[in-house]
Design a protein around this ligand. Structure first.
Ligand code: GLY
Ligand code: MN
Ligand code: MN
Length: 442
């Protein structure tokens, strides 16, 4: 596979500058360990997002070392070439090819890191490292630091501080660069197509997992490596279980189906939810709740623009939902009272979005100095209000089990936001028309 190393190289240069601005030092960023699923079988491997963001390198057993200073250096540690293992497990770059392909200043085999670490740390003012993230790496790092300290009698100084490298990289990851935005657009388009297919294929009597399979097939056929998170295909009562992933219920006539599914493409997540009637026609109460959530989403989208704070879309969605629930007699009291007491949380208990990127709930602080941070162009986030009505004596039965969430992925632009998932049908008319066409074509 050919990789364009330039975006990764640019990110390393920026991180090196950030380190230099804090007095310099050395950063160590390992990738994720492989994880056993059972006995000798591993889970499909997924690299660490921080490591990948800075390298583009997808093999396990690797680490990046960045040395700030007058001649900043990027050093990759990775597995050696191994003819025997490559017969079983496939190609490995090895240090020489990896240095070239990923535009590193140097590359070594990972087994050399422990030996080289004391020298890499020597006379460096600080180590930038995600302490506490991985106990095995913490142990190696501690040993390296202690070995550097043991050399102090020969005039070497060991880093005086260990700073969390994630704090620096998180700020970079919050604002996406052009190559990230291009990937996220493609991931979003694949996931939107998967939701269209799910609408076309759904029929009463099918099992939720059949629709999960339609979605998974669409992801893979388009080249996406995996779902970015376990797909939620939740019909009827399951739509009110926020993290439902069993996907094993037979869908019935009259059910709503809530699907929260998005692919991961070259490391980047998409995250879409659509809710629609399995039989293709919304009932009256389903339509009422759907229209309300859609209006709440429209208000939140409107509030997503540069200068607005992170919380503005949530506040906007909550206002609309609270008023709508009062109008439908599902909540009692005044709007101010319902907002004040947070009575709406009975039906809307989650937040309206999260950062989106390499991780579906992406890196980045939501507050700065105690206040919600302002949105800036290049940020990517989800906008996903919902309404979930469980059976209760004080709720008319016609509303029971209605669970609706509408989730799109937004890119903050110069004057507002762009929904990169807009190809997934969303209005009542769009959904009913698409599903009617499907029913007419057996
Ligand atoms: N799919 C995870 C979320 O919506 O946050
Ligand atoms: Mn989400
Ligand atoms: Mn989601």
């Amino acid at each position: 596979m050919m990789i364009d190393p330039s975006p990764f190289q640019a990110r390393r240069q920026r991180l090196l500058q950030e380190m230099q601005a804090r007095g310099g030092g050395v950063a160590l960023i390992p990738t994720a360990p492989e994880a056993l699923r059972n006995r000798d079988t591993h889970y499909p491997y997924r690299f660490d997002s921080y490591f990948y963001y800075l390298t583009g390198f997808r093999e396990p057993e690797a680490a990046l070392v960045l040395v700030a200073g007058d001649t900043p250096r990027s050093i990759l540690f990775c597995r050696d070439k191994d003819v025997e293992r490559e017969i079983w497990d496939g190609y490995r770059f090895g240090p020489d090819a990896a240095r070239e392909a990923f535009a590193m200043d140097a590359a070594h085999v990972i087994d050399d890191l422990a030996r080289m670490l004391p020298d890499l740390l020597a006379d460096q003012p600080a180590l930038f490292y995600a302490l506490g993230h991985d106990a095995a790496w913490d142990k190696r790092i501690t040993e390296g630091l202690n070995a550097a300290r043991a050399n102090t009698r020969s005039g070497v100084t060991a880093p005086a501080s260990v700073a969390d490298v994630r704090a620096l990289v998180d700020e970079m990851r919050l604002v996406k660069d052009a190559s990230e935005i291009a990937l996220m657009r493609r991931a979003a388009a694949i996931s939107a197509e998967a939701h269209r297919l799910a609408m076309r294929e759904s029929r009463p009597g099918m099992f939720e997992y059949e629709i999960e399979a339609v979605i998974g097939q669409c992801f893979r056929r388009a080249g996406a490596q995996a779902p970015a998170y376990p797909s939620i295909v939740a019909s009827g009562p399951n739509a009110c279980v926020l993290h439902y992933i069993e996907n094993d219920r037979k869908m019935a006539d009259g059910d709503l189906l809530l699907i929260d599914a998005g692919c991961e493409l070259d490391g980047y997540a998409s995250d879409i939810t659509r809710s629609f009637p399995v039989n293709g026609r919304f009932s009256g109460p389903q339509r009422d709740i759907y229209a309300l959530v859609l209006a709440a989403q429209a208000a939140a989208i409107d509030a997503t623009r540069p200068g607005a704070t992170w919380n503005a879309p949530h506040d906007a969605a909550v206002q609309v939902l609270a008023q709508g629930l009062i109008d439908l007699d599902l909540l009692e009291g005044s709007l101010d009272g319902v907002l004040e007491n947070q009575d709406y949380r009975r039906f809307y208990m989650h937040r309206t979005g999260h950062w989106l990127g390499l991780d579906v709930h992406d890196a980045g602080e939501y507050k700065l100095g105690g206040d919600w941070r302002p949105l800036v162009p290049g940020m990517t986030l989800t906008i996903e209000p919902g309404c979930y009505i469980r059976p209760a004596d004080d709720i008319p039965e016609a509303f029971w089990h209605i669970g609706v969430r509408i989730e799109d992925d937004a890119l903050v632009t110069a004057d507002g936001c762009e929904l990169i998932t807009a190809d997934a049908p969303k209005t009542v008319d769009e959904i009913e028309t698409l599903m009617e066409q499907m029913r007419d074509t057996p």
